[in-house]
Structure formats: structure tokens, C-alpha cells
Design a protein around this ligand. Structure first.
Ligand code: XUL
Length: 544
């Protein structure tokens, strides 16, 4: 039988998705398991476990193991696994999984007749995995930055200023709180390398797309950085996965995958990556410096490809590795879909109604502004969540609230990405929110850019499938270009272009426009500027 299918697995915050790509007829097959619904016994909300302190957020890795087991069994049942030539993983970034010394042997020797979780549920030296939504490591961030010679130096070496959710500060916190458990930890995986380890039966490497989101690597050499390791925790080097630049093979599937799920013994597993670097691939943006991407998932992210490490780096931006060994820039906004959903639910709206409100109400919202920090925010850094309302915006104002939350999210994206080079003329939008026309129109209007969304919204899973294919061909000595792989899928699957409306663009970008008002509100709320009332008044006089 010809094996011509490539499988991308994306373990996001809220679900595990499989995307199977057939290169012979360019068809795609998709299957997804939603954590809250499928695994209620883990009591997650939005896929995570939040503590009393809103800054502490983690997940139980056994839930992910169950999901991998169930999804692969489903794919076997559909007759897909035996046709897969290679597979690769994409996963939410920064989260870390802590394994004890018996874990490696256990992964190697699994009984295919038993559920995976039954045999791997006790391989952890720390029962929970801190995830990207955690913001409880400010102290450790400060300590690491100081040891590295300051925040600017840290960013120069590792690609980011000290960042709470990054793996290094998370590891440091664990070592400080529980040095014995740290001592007993043999291996610290990123989520992408952990899931890959389940597939190969061996502790798997991590790629620079995910590895640079740790504060532990040097973005120039693509190697773990000795000084950063020392600044984080003792004897750390030996506990980390191998760091790899490109998407090479991590080995063949384990005998467990062959026997339990029906994979062919020659199936390759290509090194996994983070969901944002995978999305860059899935959107066909590797090598493209002209267009940028906006992902409207649990988090909102703004990202783009970088050919080299120029000076155009917003201080709040992160540099991660791209799939071709170059770089990508990313900004992350934590309150993404969670804030939109909070507003939608508070006013008992459907997503269609939410979109209609955005399309029918006036851009600028008459100067009514919301700072939607329902949760601690990443960009800008807000550790104590609070929703601020300005310009007389009332909680019961349904239309005002909907417009305010979305305008805030897109304006903050525009403002904080301003330091990262020219704003693009075209933006590709992906993930759950990309089906919402109202949202797309606000992006177009605020950025004064054309906006395109796609039939396939799972660009991270699609990117993982592309990585699987590219890595597989490379093992055969076929080094085809990324574009040759991605074009047939991305070019014909656009859902049309949303264009910016001139009048709306003026309201945001013109003199005394809403972007300036928003910036004034944000500065005021963060204690960095005075009362924004005068700016709101001027806006109303100009655009009222
Ligand atoms: C990126 C980030 C999030 C996660 C979850 O830096 O923290 O986008 O990858 O998707």
C-alpha cells in the first residue's frame, strides 16, 4: 500500500486536533477532541487548571496522554494510520513537563493492549505542567534578568525580555519551591517534545521554534546557553531535550504506535514545534517578509517571518526559530478569545450576533473604550486582572461592549507591534476567531490592511502536517521548497479578502483618532500617564 498521508497533531490549550493531509489529491481530514468536554474528570476550564491566584495556571499532562491515545485510536478506526508516511506535533508553547528517571524506560516498553495513561500516568516528578497562561514567576524573571546583565542583554541573547510564562523562569520557580523534586527530575520536556516522546518511545528533541521560548537558548547559535542555564537552576543542561534548528526526523514510530494504532513500522516522526511556529508554516509564511499573521485562538498572537535578526524588534516581542532555520517575531495577547467570549456570554449573544454588531456599529464606538484584562495580560504586562471602562461605557451597553472589546484587542495589537517594523499591507488571519467577519473588518480598519482568512482554520495542525511532509522528503534526499508544499493548500483555500474602509481607517489613525485615545487609556491604567478624558473629548469633537 502506498503511504501518502501526513499527519499533524496540534495540542492546543483547549483541544487536541489531528489534521491528515493527502498530497496526492490535496485533501484534508480533521478530527478534534475538546478537553473540557471529553475529559470532565480533569475538571479543566478552557483546558487548564487555574488556582486561587489568577497568575498560577497549569494542566495535568495525563489528560494530554489520554487525548493522544484516544485520537490515535480514532484515526486507526478510520483506517488512516496505516497510510501515514510521517507525523509531527505542534503544541502550545512554553509549558513544561517534568519526568523522573524511570520515564525513559517506561516510554520504551509499553504494552499496546493497555491504555497509554495507565502505563505512563506515574512518570512525572511534578504532577502538573505549568502552561503559557501562568504569570506567577515575576520574581524569577527578575533574578534571571539580573544574572544575565539586565533585560536588554537577556533579550539580545535569548530573543525576549524576561517573560513570566517562559520555561526558564518556570523551571527556576520549581527548583526554588521544591528542590528535592527538581533533583529527582531526570528530564524537562516542552509540551511539543513530550508529545513527540510518546510517539517515538524515546525522549525527543525540541526545535528552535519552541526552544527559543524558554530563555535558555542563544538565538544566534541555536544552542542552549550556558550562562542562561546557570542563571536558572543547577545541573539543568543534562535535564533538557536536545535542541535542533530544523525539522529533522526524531526517529521512527515506537512499536507501541505500530501495534496499538496500526502505524507502518517505517513511519517517520518529525521533530515537533510550538503552535505559533507551526502556524507560520501552515499559513505559507516561511520565507515571506511582506505579510503578517494574526491568530485568534485562546491567545491572540501577531507574528511574521524574519530573514535575519534586524533591529526592528518591539521590546515586548519575542524571537522564535522559524522552520527554515531563520526566525519569526511574535507578540502574544493572553485575553484573546477568553475576553471576547466573556463579553459574548455576559450579553447572551451568539457569535453571529456578535459579528453583526461589529459590522453594523460605528467604528470608534463614540470614544467608548474598554481595557479587557479579564485575566492577567501578557502584552502589555498586567499581573492583576481588571476590566477598565472609559468614555462612559456602561456594562449593560451590549453594542458598546462588543465593539469596545474587539477594538481594544486590535488596537493594542497595532500599538504594541509598532516597534517591529513596517505594518503590513496584508494580514492572514487564522484560528477559531478567523471565521468572524466582524472581527476581520476591525482588523482591516485598524491596520489599514487587506485581511484574508482561510477554509482551514487549524493552521498550527496544518503546519505540523507540512513539517511532517517536508521532514519526510528530506529523509529521502528530496529538499523541496516550503512554498512548493504549502501553495496548493493555502492559495486556493482563501475565503475572500476583507478590505479596509477609508472612513473607518481615518477614525482610528487620523489626528486625534481612537488609537491615540486608546494609548492614553492604557497608559493611564498602567500608571504611566495622566487622565485620558481630554483625549476622549478631542476625539468626539473631531469624529462625533
Ligand atoms: C506564545 C504563547 C501562546 C501559546 C498558546 O508565546 O504563549 O500563543 O503558544 O497558544
Amino acid at each position: 500500500m502506498k503511504r501518502n498521508k501526513f499527519l499533524g497533531l496540534d495540542l492546543s490549550t483547549q483541544s487536541l486536533t489531528a489534521l491528515v493531509m493527502d498530497l496526492s489529491d490535496h485533501t484534508l481530514y480533521r478530527k478534534s477532541l475538546h478537553f473540557d468536554e471529553t475529559y470532565p474528570s480533569y475538571q479543566t476550564s478552557g483546558g487548564v487548571l487555574a488556582g486561587e491566584d489568577p497568575r498560577v495556571v497549569c494542566a495535568d499532562p495525563r489528560m494530554w496522554i489520554e487525548a493522544v491515545d484516544d485520537l490515535l485510536l480514532l484515526l486507526r478506526h478510520e483506517g488512516i494510520t496505516k497510510e501515514v508516511a510521517s507525523l509531527s506535533v505542534s503544541a502550545q508553547q512554553h509549558g513544561s513537563v517534568y519526568l523522573h528517571s524511570k520515564a525513559a524506560a517506561r516510554l520504551k516498553d509499553l504494552d499496546h493492549r493497555k491504555p497509554l495513561v495507565e502505563q505512563t500516568g506515574d512518570i512525572f516528578s511534578r504532577p502538573v505542567a505549568p502552561v503559557w497562561m501562568d504569570s506567577s514567576t515575576s520574581e524569577e524573571c527578575e533574578e534571571i534578568a539580573q544574572a544575565m546583565g539586565g533585560d536588554a542583554r537577556l533579550a539580545e541573547t535569548t530573543g525576549s525580555r524576561a517573560t513570566e510564562r517562559f520555561t526558564g523562569p518556570q523551571i527556576r520557580k520549581f527548583w526554588k519551591k521544591d528542590p528535592r523534586a527538581y533533583e529527582h527530575t531526570r528530564h524537562i520536556a516542552l509540551i511539543s517534545s513530550f508529545i513527540t516522546s510518546l510517539l517515538t518511545g524515546r525522549l525527543a528533541p525540541v526545535d528552535c521554534g519552541d526552544g527559543f521560548g524558554t530563555h535558555l537558548a542563544n538565538i544566534r547559535t541555536g544552542k542552549w546557553n550556558r550562562k542562561a542555564l546557570a542563571a536558572t537552576a543547577p545541573k539543568l543542561r543534562a535535564k533538557l531535550p536536545r535542541l535542533m534548528r530544523g525539522g529533522e526526523s526524531a526517529g521512527k514510530v515506537s512499536s507501541h504506535l505500530i501495534k496499538r494504532y496500526g502505524f507502518h513500522p517505517q513511519t517517520e516522526v518529525i521533530v515537533g514545534t510550538g503552535d505559533n511556529p507551526a502556524s507560520l508554516v501552515g499559513l505559507g509564511l516561511v520565507g515571506d517578509t511582506e505579510q503578517k499573521a494574526v491568530s485568534l485562538g485562546t491567545s491572540d498572537t501577531y507574528f511574521g517571518y524574519m530573514r535575519n535578526l534586524g533591529r526592528d524588534r518591539s521590546p515586548e516581542g519575542h524571537v522564535f526559530g522559524a522552520a527554515d532555520g531563520k526566525y519569526m517575531l511574535l507578540l502574544c495577547f493572553k485575553n484573546g478569545s477568553l475576553a471576547r467570549e466573556a463579553v459574548k456570554n455576559r450579553h447572551h449573544l451568539s457569535w453571529d450576533e456578535f459579528s453583526r454588531i461589529l459590522l453594523s456599529t460605528k467604528p470608534g464606538n463614540d470614544g467608548k473604550i474598554m481595557l479587557p484584562y479579564f485575566l492577567p495580560e501578557i502584552t502589555p504586562l498586567v499581573l492583576n486582572p481588571k476590566v477598565h471602562r472609559f468614555g462612559g461605557l456602561l456594562e449593560q451597553d451590549v453594542e458598546g461592549d462588543v465593539r469596545a472589546v474587539v477594538e481594544a484587542q486590535i488596537m493594542t495589537m497595532w500599538l504594541h507591534s509598532a516597534g517591529s517594523g513596517r505594518h503590513p499591507a496584508k494580514i492572514l488571519v487564522t484560528a477559531g476567531g478567523s471565521g468572524n467577519q466582524g472581527l476581520l473588518q476591525v482588523i482591516g480598519d485598524v491596520f489599514d490592511a487587506e485581511v484574508e482568512s482561510f477554509e482551514v482554520k487549524d493552521s498550527a495542525a496544518l503546519g505540523a502536517a507540512f513539517r511532517a511532509a517536508k521532514g519526510f522528503f528530506a529523509t529521502k534526499g528530496d529538499f523541496r521548497e516550503w512554498k512548493a508544499l504549502t501553495d496548493p493548500f493555502t492559495r486556493h483555500r482563501g475565503l475572500g479578502i476583507v478590505r479596509p474602509r477609508k472612513e473607518a481607517v481615518k477614525i482610528y489613525r487620523g489626528a486625534h483618532g481612537l488609537l491615540g485615545v486608546y494609548e492614553a487609556c492604557e497608559k493611564f491604567a498602567l500608571g504611566l500617564g495622566g487622565d485620558p478624558q481630554a483625549a476622549i473629548r478631542r476625539f468626539r469633537e473631531t469624529y462625533g
